[in-house]
Design a protein around this ligand. Structure first.
Ligand code: DC
Length: 233
């Protein structure tokens, strides 16, 4: 069973997806972290975003894995833990350019499908309900006002000890939205059958409950291998 959560940057996907996975006792797959991992490695190696040959080689020689149950899932690249490193400012500013390359997307979409194979997963990203798992049983498209999204980013940065003004963050979010929505390969769009969740005025708990309720009210059962149980069982 796949719960696909898509939406723009700062729309609240990560916190909600992590918590839903924890509540249902199923796997959390953060596909944005995978695009960030590739960006981190390319920046470290000095590979430009439009150097498809080098990016192709990088994709063949990079292993991204996740470890630990939600909400504390950690990200590893070639055995190194990069959970915090992928959230840094330089990666955040560059990831939209790297993630738009066909050579990167093709490899990561295939890895995402194999990670999820046979599991119950809450998967978040931009193209999950449209491209990666078009047959996902539950699809959510999460949005919030740009001001609210910038405020959430500001808090994330504060937690990392970085100070940024709301104006600067609104500017950065608009640039990333434009790039993510206008790229030719798998742009950010709402799947026709996704449920739109505008969460500007919703609390985190309300967002989690919204999705858990969708699951509880559906006829979908968790894979017997999953440890999760319905909260109303
Ligand atoms: O959700 P995030 O901010 O961690 O995502 C980082 C970048 O990766 C973002 O600019 C969009 C891109 N992304 C993507 O293109 N497709 C996905 N499935 C997930 C993220």
């Amino acid at each position: 069973m796949i719960i696909a959560i898509d939406g723009p940057a700062g729309g609240g996907k990560s916190s909600t997806a992590r918590a839903v996975a924890a509540r249902l006792g199923i796997t959390y797959l953060d596909t944005g972290a995978m695009y960030r991992a590739v960006t981190l490695k390319a920046l470290r190696m000095g590979i430009a975003f439009d150097d498809d040959n080098s990016l192709g080689e990088l994709m063949e020689n990079t292993v991204i894995t996740f470890n630990g149950a939600a909400p504390d899932t950690r990200v590893f690249m070639d055995g190194e833990e990069i959970t915090e490193a992928v959230r840094n400012d330089e990666v955040t500013r560059n990831v939209s350019d790297y993630c738009a390359r066909d050579v990167v997307r093709k490899a990561l979409v295939s890895q995402q499908r194999s990670i999820a194979s046979g599991l119950d997963v809450v998967c978040e990203g931009r193209d999950i309900g449209t491209v990666v798992f078009p047959d996902a049983q539950i699809k959510i498209f999460m949005t919030a006002s740009v001001e609210q999204r910038a405020a959430r980013r500001q808090k994330d940065f504060q937690d990392l000890g970085v100070k940024k003004s709301i104006e600067e963050l609104i500017g950065e979010i608009r640039i990333r939205d434009t790039k993510d929505s206008n790229r030719s390969n798998s742009p950010l769009v709402k799947a026709d059958d996704a449920i739109e969740m505008e969460n500007t005025t919703m609390t985190l708990e309300q967002q989690i409950q919204f999705i858990v309720d969708l699951y509880n009210n559906s006829t979908i059962n968790l894979n017997p291998k999953s440890t999760g149980v319905r909260t109303d069982d």
